[in-house]
Design a protein around this ligand. Structure first.
Ligand code: ADP
Ligand code: MG
Length: 227
């Protein structure tokens, strides 16, 4: 397969569990669109960051010790003004097990939530996964796996094999979604997985929000473990 322009190389990163911001930096180095975000250490710098990013914003408490942030009340969506940012910052600070900072990020929109995953499978090699997800990924169990790296045509076939493919193609008056953007993100993630090899224990972009055709996709959450 041909490598897409701007896919890699990976930046220097620590081993072990990466923070959301670190995992997004890795994704962005492969040309996968991620949210604009700033790490804030106190409420006033969170307000300043929100003004730069533009309202509405999202605040997230980040800690290497936390896997599912929303379960702990660490994700505050749709914050419309400085007062909402201050209040959210205080709630997150109280709920965080060990404070490493609070991410202030753009509030992205999308018509569907996809999960993109990658991992090194011992005895097999680099794998990628795509499915419908967000918080419902385990419930829906609608995923497709393939070995990396992928050609765009392979990535598109994976999408077409999803049970919820009609949602991407446009059903019952809903718009067709940006399948090309999902294909591009999956191909880029497959190059990331192929390049990192056994160093990439696992990585999830969950969710990537997919917008209407021509409007793109954006990863709003990311997780990765490096060996
Ligand atoms: P968790 O660690 O619980 O998976 P996420 O960062 O994925 O936390 O946030 C939970 C949910 O909040 C996401 O599945 C998504 O629906 C929504 N969300 C998170 N960040 C954003 C954002 N920047 N813009 C829009 N929605 C977001
Ligand atoms: Mg998530």
């Amino acid at each position: 397969p041909a490598r897409p322009a701007g896919a890699g190389p990976a930046p220097a990163l620590p081993t072990g569990a990466l923070t959301e911001a670190e995992a997004k930096r890795l994704a962005a180095a492969y040309g996968i669109p991620v949210t604009r975000e700033v790490l804030a250490v106190d409420a006033e710098s969170a307000v300043t960051a929100a003004g730069t990013i533009g309202y509405p914003v999202v605040l997230k408490g980040v800690s290497r010790a936390v896997v599912h942030k929303s379960d702990l009340g660490l994700v505050k969506l749709r914050l419309a003004d400085a007062a909402a940012v201050r209040a959210a910052f205080a709630e997150i600070a109280a709920a965080l097990p060990e404070r490493e900072g609070v991410l202030v990020q753009e509030m992205a929109r999308g018509e569907a939530e996809l999960i993109l995953g990658a991992r090194w499978e011992p005895g097999f090699g680099p794998l990628v996964l795509i499915g419908f997800g967000g918080v419902l990924v385990e419930v829906l169990a609608d995923v497709q796996l393939a070995s990396a790296p992928l050609r765009p045509a392979d990535a598109e076939s994976m999408l077409r094999r999803l049970k919820l493919w009609p949602v991407l193609a446009g059903v019952r008056g809903r718009p067709a979604l940006d399948v090309a953007a999902a294909v591009d993100a999956l191909v880029r993630l497959s190059w990331l997985a192929a390049d990192l090899g056994p160093r990439l224990v696992e990585m999830d972009l969950n969710p990537i929000l997919l917008r209407a055709a021509g409007e793109g996709a954006i990863a709003v959450d990311a997780r990765a473990t490096l060996a």
